[in-house]
Design a protein around this ligand. Structure first.
Ligand SMILES: NC(=O)c1ccc[n+]([C@@H]2O[C@H](COP(=O)([O-])OP(=O)(O)OC[C@H]3O[C@@H](n4cnc5c(N)ncnc54)[C@H](OP(=O)(O)O)[C@@H]3O)[C@@H](O)[C@H]2O)c1
Length: 274
């Protein structure tokens, strides 16, 4: 629980909504203690129908009463939004700033706020919306131990959360931030294999998704190495090893690993202003 502290969500798009609704459904923050913002008036009405907390177009107004500011705009807008708030004096009450913007360093965020801000950088992912997210947080120079604990209090109920040094944040972005998209493609592809062999699509998708979920829980809950768990499925001369060799011929393993490497590399460049 955030003990009555108020939260402003600047940028209530896909992730801002996922976090806001996750905070409400986990009971961490009451809807009445959250104010979200969007940029375009045309988006305001549509977005209002998707969340249970107040939404406005007024960043300074939302930040004015907030103890914690969650910055969830696109990376290229992040510094401009903060600089505007700092210039208007809207950050003078020194709220904790938690940014989920990919590729934007705590130093850049702090400098945009006039160097005084306490900043924590976080990288969550979309499954936070259903309490199955993965979030990594990294403290900026002025963030205190209590600030870090506040950030973990926000993200822990949304799934798993841990702390790492900031140098790892672009890699985290490429792995667990982008990762759900990679896994959806894998689920879709497994399902297509089932459809190709005659299963109804809905059944194939359920089989594929539950198989990914079960395998992921085996890794997390048994603590065994994925390779050892794979060996359990691989009967000598059986159908699984036959298929695994085909997947190795297609370089599945290095393609996935290189995908994470590419997403991390790309994340590092996202913070530049347009
Ligand atoms: N999507 C993911 O899976 C994911 C995962 C981890 C981290 N992130 C990070 O989360 C951030 C948001 O990504 P997203 O996918 O949620 O993007 P998105 O859906 O495009 O949402 C961006 C939101 O920011 C609002 N916005 C833009 N400029 C603003 C301003 N000046 N003041 C207030 N609000 C403003 C937009 O409002 P309008 O709709 O009115 O333009 C929109 O609601 C990015 O920095 C990204 O790196 C995303």
């Amino acid at each position: 629980m955030l003990n009555g502290r108020r939260v402003a969500i600047l940028g209530t798009g896909t992730m801002g909504r996922a976090l806001g609704m996750g905070l409400v459904s986990s009971g961490t923050v009451a809807p009445s203690a959250i104010t979200g913002t969007v940029k375009h008036a045309a988006e305001l009405e549509a977005s209002r129908g998707l969340v249970s907390f107040d939404l406005s177009l007024d960043n300074a107004g939302a930040v004015a009463g907030a103890d914690v500011v969650l910055l969830c705009t696109k990376p290229r807008s992040a510094r401009g939004v903060l600089a505007e708030l700092a210039e208007a004096g809207a950050l003078d009450h020194d709220p904790l700033l938690i940014s989920i913007c990919a590729g934007v360093s705590t130093a850049a965020l702090q400098s945009a706020c006039g160097d005084k801000a306490r900043v924590v950088r976080a990288m969550p992912n979309t499954p936070c919306q259903i309490g199955e997210g993965m979030t990594v947080v990294a403290p900026g120079l002025r963030a205190t131990t209590e600030d870090l604990e506040t950030a973990l209090t926000i993200f822990r109920p949304l799934g798993r959360a841990l702390q790492l040094d900031e140098e790892h944040m672009n890699t985290v972005t490429g792995l667990s931030g982008s990762g759900p998209a990679f896994v959806y493609v894998i689920i879709e592809a497994l399902s297509e294999g089932g459809v190709m062999m005659g299963l109804p699509r809905s059944v194939a998708t359920e089989l594929a998704a539950q198989t990914v979920k079960g395998a992921a829980r085996m890794v997390l809950e048994t603590g065994r190495h994925p390779a050892a768990l794979k060996d359990d499925v691989t009967t000598p001369a059986g159908c699984t090893i036959s298929a695994l060799l085909l997947l190795e011929d297609g370089r599945l393993r290095s393609v996935l690993a290189r995908g994470v490497q590419e997403a991390a590399r790309s994340a590092a460049g996202l913070g530049s202003e347009s």
